[in-house]
Design a protein around this ligand. Structure first.
Ligand code: ASP
Length: 584
């Protein structure tokens, strides 16, 4: 037996016991007569004491211990005179009488402490050392708890966890596929699933009624802080359900996770907002509703006063930043620079301040009298001390830019802190999305999403106005999950493919298996998938999903620890019938 206890276990009650611990040497302090060593394992840190007076030989060997040496040590639990209330084991220490070095360690490339001196790159290269750090480890443990709580909740609701294959044919989630060449069938390829979408629908045709899976998905996309080429979904599907049934079950799951993992109770129903409202009031289909600051459309109020900027704009919208009238010229210039950044793309920023006596002062004073300005301020429910910010231009772009400005103001005003959670369902998404570049419609969710029955009549004549039975769960401005009620009627499915510009043959080639399955009695069904990494990151109060993945890829989609992607041998290429061509 290597150990009697873990390094996080001993308390005052254990005083006087003889114990054996194993772990890694976090650090040693040699104070001449005494050496103190922090011994670490997954469970915590325990202080070891080596005393020169009582046991000089063991104290000598303790002096040899380097950082990250793996040791086994036996001693008596003693009460510490100098207690450390920050550590769960901080009341005790071990007076060591035997020490065995189980393994030595090279000097680690960075300090293995919460506040490490290691930069991102180095930590990723030595991720197994990074994972020894308590804060990194606790993220992975949080993720584990969430996975367990998800399984137990869904199992309790009658869901069955089914694994679906990883070597498949292209899935319709709209990203680029990762492909795997086939050796047995040279020139042919598998695609890695962007999601198990088609399989979970087949499971409904198969009568499984309620399916879930915590599953890896693969999308070859440009990376961001909240995207990885492989990521995990809590993927679900149910039969004989309508939108409300799905929202109820998965609101239940979300509340269960908050309760079990974070100890937070949501007693109210999550608010629901239509996509159209989300866009008009927040300029985003994933509004952060931890704070208000909704947009006011002032187009009609401000046009026709000879202010060319506004007169030539399709849309003028504003937000009211409470208590920010004292913003300095410098701060306003910063905001102007912020909205003019190419990613945001506004041409400029117009502002107005409401003074303590109610007078409104604006950067466009020349064109607006006090009465006009007061009218606008009152339409925006502004009070003395508030700052009003306006953007103008093409409607779609301006709504988006105003959304970014709203988030920036929320950040500056401290309204977006990690400890507050504001879940929201966004519903009634459009079925299609027009792409200017390719001049065609794409499915906003995916091509199996069902249109609202009352909108089917516009599928051919005016696809842009068709709404879908599609929904997203948004928490704190991040899309946590999305899903839809599916099409189970083959004529509607054909219409869908037609609108998306598929010929019959193309539809048959890509999704023939599903269309065929639908000929054999497909039940009405629908589902949802949660981004599990994102959910873990939000629960952990971080913006980066990488912190919640044990072995993530970097922002160039590389794993620098195992050094992949990497070249393969010529023999392997030959077997696959593949010749590498240089791409510029
Ligand atoms: N397969 C969809 C996705 O990955 C989710 C769903 O429709 O259930 O976004």
């Amino acid at each position: 037996m290597y150990r009697t206890h873990t390094c996080g276990e001993l308390r005052l009650e254990n005083k006087g016991e003889k114990v054996t611990l194993c772990g890694w040497v976090q650090r040693s302090r040699d104070l001449g007569g005494m050496t103190f060593t922090d011994l670490r394992d997954r469970y915590g840190i325990t202080q070891l004491v080596f005393n020169m007076e009582t046991n000089s030989s063991i104290c000598e060997s303790a002096r040899e211990l380097g950082r990250e040496y793996v040791i086994q040590t036996t001693g008596i639990v003693a009460e510490r005179s100098n207690k450390n209330p920050k550590m769960s084991t901080g009341d005790v220490e071990i007076i060591v009488d035997s020490l065995i070095i189980l393994n030595v360690s090279e000097i680690p490339p960075f300090t293995i402490e919460e506040n490490t001196d290691g930069g991102d790159e180095l930590r990723m290269k030595y991720r197994y050392l990074d994972l020894r750090r308590a804060n990194v480890r606790s993220n992975i443990i949080l993720r584990h708890k969430m996975a367990q709580a998800t399984r137990s909740y869904l199992d309790g609701q009658g869901f069955i966890e089914v694994e679906t294959p990883v070597l498949i044919k292209s899935t319709p989630e709209g990203a680029r596929d990762f492909v795997v060449p086939s050796r047995l069938h040279n020139g042919e390829f598998y695609a890695l699933p962007q999601s198990p979408q088609t399989f979970k629908q087949l499971l409904m045709v198969a009568g499984f009624d309620k399916y879930f899976q915590i599953v890896k998905c693969f999308r070859d996309e440009d990376l961001r802080a909240d995207r990885q080429p492989e990521f995990t979904q809590i993927d679900c599907e149910m039969s004989f359900v309508e939108q409300d049934d799905i929202l109820d079950v998965f609101e239940g799951l979300t509340k269960h996770l908050f309760r079990e993992v974070k100890g937070i109770d949501f007693n109210e129903k999550f608010p629901r907002m239509t996509y159209d409202d989300a866009m008009s009031y927040y300029g985003s289909d994933k509004p952060d509703v931890r704070f208000g600051m909704r947009f006011t459309d002032v187009t009609d109020k401000v046009k026709g006063k000879d202010f060319v900027v506004f007169d030539s704009s399709e849309y003028i919208g504003g937000i009211c930043a409470e208590g920010c009238a004292s913003y300095t010229r410098k701060q306003l210039d910063e905001l102007t620079d912020y909205v003019k950044r190419p990613q945001i793309g506004a041409k400029g920023l117009v502002y107005a301040r409401v003074d303590a006596d109610g007078t409104v002062k604006s950067s466009a004073d020349k064109f607006y009298g006090q009465e006009d300005l007061k009218n606008i301020a009152s339409a925006m429910k502004a009070s003395p001390g508030d700052l009003l910010l306006f953007l103008a231009g093409d409607k779609r772009k301006t709504l988006g830019a105003l959304g970014e400005l709203r988030l920036e103001m929320g950040r500056r005003m401290g309204l977006r802190n990690h400890g507050t959670f504001a879940p929201l369902w966004v519903v009634d998404f459009p079925l299609f999305e027009w792409d200017e570049e390719t001049k065609r419609f794409y499915a906003m969710h995916h091509p199996f999403t069902s249109p609202k029955p009352e909108d089917i009549k516009y599928m051919e004549s005016d696809p842009g106005r068709v709404h879908a039975n599609a929904y997203d769960l948004v928490i704190n401005g991040t899309e946590m999950g999305g899903g839809s009620i599916r099409i189970h009627d083959s004529s509607v499915q054909s219409l869908m493919f037609k609108t998306l510009g598929f010929t019959k043959e193309e539809a048959q080639y890509q999704f023939g298996f599903l269309l065929n399955a639908f000929k054999f009695g497909a039940p009405p069904h629908g589902g949802i998938a949660f981004g599990f990494d994102r959910l873990a990151a939000i629960f952990g109060g971080s913006d980066s999903i990488r912190d919640f993945i044990a072995f993530p890829k970097n922002n160039q989609a590389k794993d620098t620890m195992i050094e992949t992607p990497s070249k393969i041998k010529q023999e392997q290429l030959d077997e696959l019938g593949i010749e590498i061509k240089k791409v510029e």
